[in-house]
Design a protein around this ligand. Structure first.
Ligand code: ATP
Ligand code: MG
Length: 317
C-alpha cells in the first residue's frame, strides 16, 4: 500500500516535472479560443449567456501561470518593436462594475511592458473644464501616440453607462435640439464612428468588459472591509452603485450590443477568477499585437553602410 503510494507520487512528480519543462520550453499554449469571448457586431450579446466563473477547463492560478508569463514576455518584445516601428497605436479599454479587477488587470498584465511605451489614464467624474467641452474631448486628448499602448481604465463608455444610469446628461450643458434627439442612440453611433476613425488612422481599439457576478462583488467588497490594507478601496459610493446593479447590467448590454464592430470588438472576460481574466486578456492582446505585424524599422543600404563608417570612426577615436 505504502509502496503503491510512493510509486504513484513518484510517477506523479515525474509527470509534473516533465509537464513544467515542456511548458517552459515550448510554451503551454492552452489553446484558449479567444473568439468565443468576442462580440464583433455579427452576434448579439446577452449578459446571461456569459458565465462569470468560466475558466476554460484550467483548474487553478498555478496552471495559468506559465501561459500568463509567456504572454507578458511576448507583449514586451512586441511592444519594443511597436515603439521602434512607430506607426501603430493600440488603445486598450477596460470597463466593468466596481471591484471587477480593472486595476489588478492593468497592473499584472502590463507588468512586463516598458513604461516609456505605455500610457495609463483613469477616468473619474468630469471636472468643470471637461464638462465645458464635448464629451469626447478629454478622452481624445489622452489617446496613445503612435508606437505606444494606451490604457483607459474607464473611458468614453462611461458616457453611455454611468451618465445614462444616473441621468447625468443634464449636467453636460447640451443645447435643446441635442437634448430633444435620441441621445443614447446618437452616442452609440458617434462612438462607432469615432472608433472607425481611429482604426482608419492606425490606432487599434481593444475593448474589455470584465464580467463578475453580484455575489463575487459582494465577496470582494467584504474582503475590502475586513482587510485593513484594503480599507481604502471601499467607499459608501460603492454600495450606492451596487444598488443600481440591474440598471448597469442593462446599460452594459445595450452599450456592448450597439458598439461591437469588426474593427473594435468587445471582449467579455469572465472575471470571477482574477487569474483567468488576466490570462485571457493577455492572450487577446498578444493576438492583436501579432496581427499588427510590428517589426523594427528596416534600414536602407546607405544607412547600414554609414553605420560601418561610424563604427570605424569610433574605433579610431
Ligand atoms: P476602483 O475600482 O478602485 O474603485 P474606480 O475606477 O471605480 O476605481 P473611483 O474613483 O472609485 O474609481 O470612481 C470613479 C467614478 O467616476 C466611477 O463611479 C465612475 O462611474 C465615475 N465616472 C467616470 N467617468 C464619468 C463620467 N464621464 N461622468 C460621470 N461619472 C464618471
Ligand atoms: Mg470605484
Amino acid at each position: 500500500m505504502c509502496r503503491g503510494i510512493i510509486v504513484y507520487s513518484a510517477n506523479f512528480s515525474i509527470y509534473w516535472v516533465i509537464k513544467k519543462i515542456f511548458m517552459h520550453h515550448f510554451g503551454t499554449k492552452m489553446n484558449l479560443n479567444t473568439k468565443k469571448f468576442r462580440v464583433s457586431g455579427q452576434n448579439s450579446f446577452n449578459m446571461k449567456d456569459h458565465p462569470t466563473d468560466f475558466t476554460a477547463g484550467i483548474k487553478s492560478k498555478s496552471d495559468a501561470k506559465t501561459d500568463l508569463e509567456s504572454n507578458i514576455k511576448l507583449m514586451a518584445e512586441m511592444q519594443d518593436m511597436m515603439y521602434a516601428h512607430d506607426k501603430w497605436g493600440l488603445l486598450i479599454i477596460f470597463q466593468a462594475m466596481d471591484a471587477a479587477g480593472k486595476d489588478g488587470a492593468v497592473k499584472h498584465v502590463m507588468s512586463g511592458l516598458n513604461p516609456q511605451g505605455t500610457q495609463v489614464f483613469s477616468f473619474k467624474q468630469p471636472s468643470a473644464e471637461e464638462l465645458d467641452h464635448d464629451y469626447l474631448w478629454r478622452y481624445n486628448k489622452a489617446l496613445p501616440e503612435r508606437g505606444r499602448i494606451g490604457i483607459f481604465n474607464r473611458s468614453y463608455y462611461e458616457e453611455v453607462l454611468v451618465v445614462k444610469v444616473h441621468n447625468l446628461i443634464k449636467f453636460q450643458k447640451l443645447p435643446d435640439p441635442v437634448m430633444d434627439g435620441d441621445i443614447w442612440k446618437n452616442r452609440y453611433r458617434q462612438i462607432r464612428d469615432y472608433e472607425k476613425y481611429l482604426d482608419e488612422n492606425g490606432i487599434k481599439v481593444l475593448k474589455f468588459f470584465l464580467h463578475i457576478s453580484k455575489e463575487e462583488q459582494k465577496r470582494r467588497f467584504l474582503a475590502r472591509i475586513e482587510n485593513p490594507a484594503k480599507n481604502w478601496k471601499f467607499s459608501e459610493s460603492d454600495l450606492k452603485e451596487r444598488s443600481y446593479w440591474d440598471h448597469y447590467q442593462k446599460a452594459f448590454e445595450e452599450a456592448i450590443n450597439n458598439t461591437s464592430t469588426d474593427y473594435a470588438p468587445w471582449h467579455i472576460i469572465p472575471s470571477d477568477k482574477k487569474w483567468f481574466a488576466r490570462l485571457l486578456i493577455s492572450e487577446i492582446i498578444v493576438e492583436k499585437l501579432k496581427e499588427l505585424k510590428v517589426h523594427y524599422p528596416v534600414l536602407s543600404e546607405d544607412h547600414i553602410a554609414n553605420l560601418q563608417k561610424y563604427k570605424e570612426l569610433l574605433i579610431k577615436d
